[in-house]
Design a protein around this ligand. Structure first.
Ligand code: XIL
Length: 507
């Protein structure tokens, strides 16, 4: 039994690929057997079809569309309006009117060209911020993107209306990541509700579904339940589950394969429960080696195209969950590094929570009974602190959970602070921590030193503390374009210590 057959009565099973995957060969054979929907992983993105104003390059996009249709599969369009992988001329140094014209011309040409061929378009991609305070006021939650700056809050509505006019038959999606997070879930809900009430044609919500081993299936279900009330269809548009804790390994251990398969199966059994609203589940790639997150084993197939355990698990997810119930009790171990009084293992801060490139770094610590000394080396080739928010500047966030309680709320022993490359310190959460910092500009970026006096503990040999580092990367316009973490890939390290990594302090 192949995937698409196993899901015939449920929803489409898609994958995202470059056009060359549809050339003759083992990969094409596998795609034809397992999948019935194709998303262009990159070649339909604005920068690839219109890098220069008015010069359209459709060769690759044409190829993927025609081969997909020739092979009897459904073609999905991704994406028309996005703040990434789009040419700057579209939205920089332009008036509102010019930016709208750029958006319209792009849509007319791209959606127009593939009219009748694309079943569904991801019209707008990722319009929301990562940390949202008041989701009901969804406009205040909009990402400070160049589209927003150039056009204003109605750019989303304008994009949807235009695509509806150009290709009225296509199903139009709003697409975003982390839609299982409560505040982003709600902001999306309020936006889609309001726009639909105004008569804007939004037919679907795309939950990208870039998950990891800390993702709770319940949070995914909560979002499906809420979106269902909007009378839209739902697709999981970019599904993968990274095993962040296995980064650096050559392959997953047997135990890790099982844990990953269990989570795959748990989440897929939820999708099956909601087959009345779920139209399609697309995995973001075929095999671990060519995935956009190739260092973290996120997909269904190995590099040699042999199926992983998670592939088998989702063929009959309920059965797999039932037979492996033992796994339920196990939680994923946080990444743990050893810190000696004068030396430590290196911490890598390179797990992107948004984007796939941008500033990364390494850190080393030392400790005494009184304090923890942290040194973070950031690799960032252009420094900017224009934003009024420290987390949108080139900056380092440091998060400490002294009693390693891994809790969903901050307590007296928890604190979070940000230091930007100019050595400006902001306490983001936690009462009166005692912190001294210093920053040095280096050839490759900047180096942050922080001395943190312990508030509630006097550590001894073997003490474990919760610890997280975040590197924020701003672009030249002062907008944050990437976030890299040590262990906790949620956006909520400033509110919850539940997913932090750990330091074990040793003599
Ligand atoms: C990613 C591709 O997988 C990479 O090959 C490319 O380098 C960057 O973009 N959300 C999206 C996708 O909507 O378009 C992104 O795809 C992954 C995150």
């Amino acid at each position: 039994m192949k995937l698409k057959d196993a899901y015939k009565e449920f929803f489409l099973i898609g994958t995202a690929i470059p056009p060359c995957s549809l050339n003759e060969g083992a990969r094409l054979d596998l795609i034809k057997k397992e999948f019935n929907a194709i998303t262009a992983e990159n070649v339909m993105k604005p920068i690839l079809v219109q890098e220069k104003k008015g010069e359209f390059t459709f060769e690759e996009a044409d190829k993927i569309v025609s081969k997909t249709l020739e092979n009897g599969m459904t073609m999905i369009g991704h994406t028309l309006c996005w703040h990434q992988q789009s040419p700057e001329w579209m939205y920089t140094n332009v008036t509102r009117q010019e930016a709208i014209e750029n958006l319209y011309t792009h849509i007319e040409n791209v959606a127009g060209r593939y009219k009748g061929k694309i079943a569904a378009w991801d019209v707008c991609n990722e319009v929301f911020n990562d940390a949202i305070e008041n989701p009901k006021d969804w406009r205040s939650a909009l990402r400070n993107s160049l589209w927003l700056e150039a056009i204003g809050e109605d750019y989303i509505e304008l994009a949807f209306r235009k695509v509806a006019e150009i290709d009225p038959e296509a199903t139009l999606y709003y697409n975003d990541y982390n839609l299982n997070f409560e505040s982003k879930r709600e902001a999306t809900y309020y936006m889609v509700k309001e726009l639909k009430e105004k008569g804007v044609k939004i037919d679907g919500i795309g939950m990208q579904g870039h998950y990891n081993m800390a993702t709770s299936p319940e949070s995914v279900e909560e979002s499906i339940k809420l979106f269902k009330t909007l009378d839209v269809e739902i697709s999981i548009t970019e599904f993968d589950i990274t095993f962040n804790e296995a980064q650096g390994q050559e392959k997953l251990t047997e135990e890790q394969e099982k844990q990953q398969a269990f989570l795959y199966a748990s989440i897929f059994s939820i999708f099956r429960k909601y087959k009345d609203v779920i139209k399609r589940v697309t995995v973001w790639g075929i095999d671990d080696a060519t995935s956009w997150r190739a260092d973290r084993f996120p997909l269904l197939f190995n590099a040699d195209l042999s199926p992983k355990l998670c592939y088998h698990a989702i063929l009959e997810p309920e059965k797999f969950v039932k037979e492996n119930l033992m796994e339920l009790a196990k939680s994923i171990e946080p990444i743990r590094k050893t810190v000696y009084e004068n030396e430590s293992e290196q911490i890598n801060i390179n797990q992107y929570t948004m984007a796939w490139e941008g500033a990364t770094g390494t850190a080393k610590m030392t400790w005494s009974k009184m304090c923890l000394n942290i040194c973070v080396d950031v690799i960032d080739n252009h420094l900017n602190a224009d934003s009024k928010y420290p987390w949108e500047q080139d900056s380092v966030g440091i998060f400490i959970d002294e009693n390693a309680a891994r809790s969903h709320m901050f307590h007296v022993d928890d604190y979070a602070f940000i230091v930007n490359y100019k050595n400006e310190l902001t306490i983001v959460n936690g009462s009166n921590p005692n912190i001294t910092t210093n920053v040095e500009i280096t050839d490759t970026g900047y180096r942050v030193y922080a001395e943190v006096k312990f508030k509630t503990i006097k550590p001894k040999d073997g003490t474990i503390i919760g610890f997280e580092i975040q590197i924020n990367d701003a672009d030249r316009s002062g907008r944050r374009v990437s976030v890299a973490k040590f262990c906790d890939t949620t956006e909520y390290s400033h509110q919850s210590t539940a997913n932090y990594g750990q330091l074990i302090l040793k003599n």
